[in-house]
Design a protein around this ligand. Structure first.
Ligand code: NAD
Ligand code: UD1
Length: 353
C-alpha cells in the first residue's frame, strides 16, 4: 500500500516541486500550508501536472488543534517539513518572527508527531549553517556557524532534532542542507513566486530578463574567485525534489538519522549565472557592479559524496537547464500565480541551446 506523507509548506517553492515528485512516485500526499508566502493556486497546478489529487489543509504548523486532528485522522507515515520563513535580511529586522515561525513551529510539529507516534521526518535545512566555509567543497562535518537569525533558527532546529534522536532511537530523521535552489518545473506551470523584490540571484535575474526590473546589481567583483564574483552551488529544484524522495525512501528502509548536503558540487559565479540566463532568454541582461552584500561569502559549494552514498542520489541538471526552466516559468507567468490567465501561453522566447 502507498505510504502517506504530510508535507508542511507544500504550496511553497521547494514544497510544491517535491509534491509533484512524491505524487508521481505513487505516494499519498497531505499538503499543509498557511499560505503566508504562497498561493493556493499552486495546488491545482500540482494536480494538473501529475494527474493525481492531493489533500490540502490550510493551517499553521503552530496550530496544535489542527495538527492533532490531522495526525489522528490521516494515517500519516512520514513528514517533510518545509514550512518556515526564509528571508535573511527580514530575519535580521524581525528575529522574533523567525524564531517563532521556524523554531517554535518546528517544536510544535515535533511535539504533535511524538504524541501520535509518527517518527519519520525530513527537515529542510540550509548551507547557511556553514557560515563562512573554511574550505570548499563543504562536507557535512565542516564547522557550523551562523551570522543571522534565519541561519540561527535552522541551526537550533538541527540541534533540537539531534537531541530528540538521542533521547529516542525510534526517530528517523533526514536533515537536508540545501545549497542554492534554482529553476522550475519543466512544464512552466510551477516555479518560484517571490513577493516583492527578490532577495536571491536567480529570481532577480529572471525579473530583469522580463523587464520587470531595470538592472541587476552584482554584489562585489573583488572576491578571491576566478572572475571576482561570488561562487555558489545552484541546484535545480527538481533535483532537490528527487533528493527528498530518496531521503524518505531511506527512512523507510533504515533506522537512525542522517544529515546530507544537497548540491551539485559545482561552483558557479554570478557572472557565469547571468551569462547562462542570457543564453536561455536570448537577450542581454542589464547589470552593474556594486559593493559586496554584508554577510555574503566568497565561495560556497557542496561536497555531495554523502548524498551519493546514503541516498544513491546525485544532481542531474546543470545551470543552463535551470535558467531555461526558470525563464520558461517566468515568461509564462510574469506575475507568478497571480497571473493564472497566462495558463495556455507559450514561452515568450525559445531557449537558444
Ligand atoms: P517558501 O517560502 O516558498 O515556502 C515555504 C512555505 O511554508 C510557504 O508556502 C509558506 O506559506 C509556508 N509557511 C510558512 N510558515 C508557515 C507556518 N507557520 N505554517 C504553515 N505554513 C507555513 O520557501 P522555500 O524556498 O520553498 O523553502 C522551503 C524550506 O526550505 C524553508 O524551510 C527554507 O528555509 C528552506 N530553504 C530554502 C532555501 C531557498 O533558497 N529557497 C535554501 C535553503 C533552505
Ligand atoms: C542567500 C542567503 C542564505 C540562504 C540562501 C538561500 C544571504 C546573505 N544569504 O544565500 O542564508 O540560505 O540565500 O535562500 O542572504 N547576488 C547578486 N545580486 C543579487 C542577488 C545575489 O550579485 O541581486 C549574488 C550574491 O552576492 C551571491 C550570489 O549572487 O554571490 C547568490 O546570492 P543568493 O541567491 O542571494 O544566495 P546566497 O547569498 O548564497
Amino acid at each position: 500500500m502507498a505510504h502517506t506523507v504530510l508535507v508542511t509548506g507544500a504550496a511553497g517553492y521547494i514544497g510544491s516541486h517535491t509534491c509533484v515528485c512524491l505524487l508521481e512516485a505513487g505516494w499519498r500526499v497531505i499538503a499543509l500550508d498557511n499560505f503566508s508566502n504562497s498561493s493556493p493556486a499552486v495546488l491545482s497546478r500540482i494536480e494538473e501536472i501529475t494527474g493525481r489529487t492531493l489533500a490540502m489543509i490550510e493551517a499553521d504548523v503552530r496550530d496544535h488543534a489542527a495538527l492533532s486532528q490531522l495526525l489522528q485522522s490521516e494515517g500519516i507515515d512520514a513528514v517533510v517539513h518545509f514550512a518556515g520563513l526564509k528571508a535573511v535580511a527580514e530575519s535580521v529586522s524581525r528575529p522574533l518572527e523567525y524564531f517563532d515561525n521556524n523554531v517554535a513551529g518546528s517544536l510544535a510539529l515535533l511535539r504533535a508527531l511524538n504524541l501520535h507516534g509518527i517518527r519519520r521526518l525530513v527537515f529542510s535545512s540550509s548551507a547557511t549553517v556553514y557560515g563562512e566555509p573554511q574550505s570548499v567543497p563543504v562536507t557535512e562535518t565542516a564547522p557550523l556557524s551562523v551570522t543571522n537569525p534565519y541561519g540561527r533558527s535552522k541551526l537550533i532546529i538541527e540541534q533540537m532534532l539531534g537531541d530528540l534522536a538521542h533521547a529516542d532511537a525510534e526517530w528517523r530523521i533526514a536533515t537536508l542542507r540545501y545549497f542554492n535552489p534554482a529553476g522550475a518545473h519543466e512544464s512552466g506551470r510551477l516555479g518560484e513566486d517571490p513577493r516583492g523584490i527578490p532577495n536571491n540571484l536567480m529570481p532577480y535575474v529572471a525579473q530583469v530578463a522580463l523587464g520587470r526590473r531595470p538592472c541587476l546589481s552584482i554584489f562585489g567583483n573583488d572576491y578571491p574567485t576566478p572572475d571576482g564574483t561570488g561562487l555558489r552551488d545552484y541546484i535545480h529544484v527538481m533535483d532537490l525534489a528527487r533528493g527528498h524522495l530518496a531521503a524518505l525512501n531511506r527512512l523507510f528502509r533504515h533506522s537512525g538519522c542522517f544529515t546530507v548536503n544537497l548540491g551539485t558540487g559545482q561552483g558557479t559565479s554570478v557572472l557565469q549565472a547571468v551569462q547562462a540566463f542570457e543564453a536561455a532568454c536570448g537577450h542581454p541582461i542589464a547589470r552593474r557592479f556594486s559593493s559586496r552584500r554584508p554577510g555574503d561569502v566568497a565561495a560556497c559549494y557542496a561536497s555531495c559524496e554523502a548524498a551519493e552514498t546514503l541516498l544513491d542520489w546525485r544532481a542531474e541538471k546543470n545551470v543552463a537547464q535551470m535558467c531555461v526552466d526558470q525563464w520558461r516559468w517566468q515568461s509564462l507567468n510574469p506575475d507568478g500565480y497571480r497571473d493564472c490567465a497566462s495558463a495556455s501561453q507559450q514561452p515568450v522566447a525559445t531557449p537558444q541551446s
